[in-house]
Design a protein around this ligand. Sequence first.
Ligand code: CAO
Length: 419
Amino acid sequence: MKALDGIKILDFTHVQSGPTCTQLLAWFGADVIKVERPGVGDATRKQLVDVPGADSLYFTMLNHNKRSIELNSKNETGKEVLTRMIEECDVLVENFAPGALDRMGFGWERIQEINPRIIMASIKGFGPGEYEDCKVYENIAQCAGGSASTTGFRDGPPLVTGAQIGDSGTGLHLCLGIVTALFQREKSGRGQKVTSAMQDSVLNLARVKLRDQQRLASGPLDEYSQYGEGIPFGDATPRAGNDSGGGQPGRILKCKGWEQDPNAYTYFIMQAAVWDKVCDVIGEPDWKTAEGYAKPPERLDKLNQIFDRIEQWTMTKSKFEVMDICNPVNIPVGPILSMKEISEDQGLFATGTLVNVPHPERGEYISVGCPVKLSDSSVEVERSPLLGEHTREVLEEVLGYSGDELDRVIASGAVGEVS
Ligand code: CAO
């Protein structure tokens, strides 16, 4: 048994944000039926193509464990089929541009009329207000949500981050909203509308930077490097380079081989509780008791000097040797792992966080499996569906079409080429 067994999802999502949400629901056991434009499908199927003719990794890695039905929701017969799907499903998830569903004739009012128990979950770039009609992609959300202005080095431009906090981050938020609404429906019997704006999700993940914005009113942020460097703070949370986000100073430091290897670095946290151990490891035992070094607040104005000294030591070790030496004495460190190293990490394959997935068109590829583990709801990662692979199956098994009625729907052209 899977946690969401019996839950049917009308998956009207595309690109990245929505598909990450419905992929999680599929992994938790829901029957996710992806509705795609006949002959075209989710645009990502044909974006960043690496194997000519096959669905791209962009698509396959975001759409595991789903079924695909081709359906033109703007055609009369297509609207009839969509109406039946809304009747049958527990949740409709969509991330079209603002207003697209209304233009199709399926706004929230209409959807509720068709099925009062349905949960309708939407991702938009912005919440209600000045920008609500804007189309939004990942990096726009990172910029509008406060992440870019607080990422990068103080003397450089704002930076976006590689982690897709705008798309996949919002998908996660929406997924939580959906299962919460399903839980409430158990008691109320009613569906509801769940919305997650990408700006809001990024801001939620960047909330410590809003914390710092307010702390500025009480004086400089003394855990930021610029404090020790004597550089005055402005009126907004500055970019903090690789400084640790918390009260324990941390930096990215070079390790042995950094001249050739762009990822020969370690993250090193100078946690106050293990200061003595840090001093021993780097060969500065006197700093344990020396004035200006012994107490955490005294060290804040010389973080650059102290980290330079620690780096002299880390540069004599590989990033894995730093792990091996520091972890046994409880100094928190972490190697900067490349995607190559991660993709070869057998430990991640053993936990199912990485999986090898066979695919009929492209052969085997590596994907990220379900990042949330439930002890009583296992996940078997299955390949993404080919476009329209399950059109007939869904029409017959889920929507109950048969005989002349099925022939009529297929002949209408609303569901693409059905084999
Ligand atoms: N049958 C018929 N028409 C369909 C259809 C189907 N099965 N599926 C989609 N369409 C139509 C839509 O109704 C829409 O038509 P209208 O423009 O006439 O309303 C049209 O296809 C295009 O949809 P779209 O506007 O959502 O797609 P886009 O490529 O122009 O924009 C995006 C993409 C992502 C910018 C936009 O969807 C958006 O802002 N979504 C919300 C925020 C979001 O999720 N962004 C993250 C995307 S991942 O980086």
